[in-house]
Write a protein that binds this ligand. Structure first.
Ligand SMILES: [Zn+2]
Length: 128
């Protein structure tokens, strides 16, 4: 499991995104942290935390209605990471609203190269 990028030795670092005393590892930051849970809920993606990461993604994909699930998942994770870094490096507080806005912009940016994909994704984004 990946730990946060703090370089303070072997001691676990608490999550930057929430006020819990949870260690900031990849599982917490991307799937367990309350803000991460809200992001997945916003996307309608169900992440079964009892499964391994690989099986969790396959399970979520099988239950998702997103036409481009892996792109959506990767961009969701990427934007969670960027939101965490904006908090640490710029002091910008995280929020579901800012995450959603950044996620939509990122999806549109990545889908802009192909007209048919852009239309399909744009219609999905209106649900958020
Ligand atoms: Zn947290």
């Amino acid at each position: 499991m990946l730990l946060g990028c703090h370089l303070l030795g072997d001691h676990p670092i608490n999550c930057s995104m929430c006020q819990t005393a949870s260690a900031e590892d990849s599982d917490h930051l991307f799937f367990i942290c309350p803000l991460a849970v809200n992001c997945w809920h916003k996307l309608g993606i169900v992440c079964d935390l009892d499964l391994s990461l690989y099986d969790r993604i396959l399970d979520a994909k099988s239950k998702s209605e997103w036409p481009f699930f892996m792109e959506v998942m990767v961009l969701a994770l990427w934007n969670s990471w960027k939101m965490r870094n904006r908090l640490i490096f710029y002091g910008k507080p995280p929020s579901l609203q800012s995450w959603t806005l950044q996620f939509k912009n990122e999806v549109l940016l990545h889908s802009s190269y192909k007209e048919t994909i852009r239309f399909s994704i744009s219609s999905c984004l209106t649900m958020l």
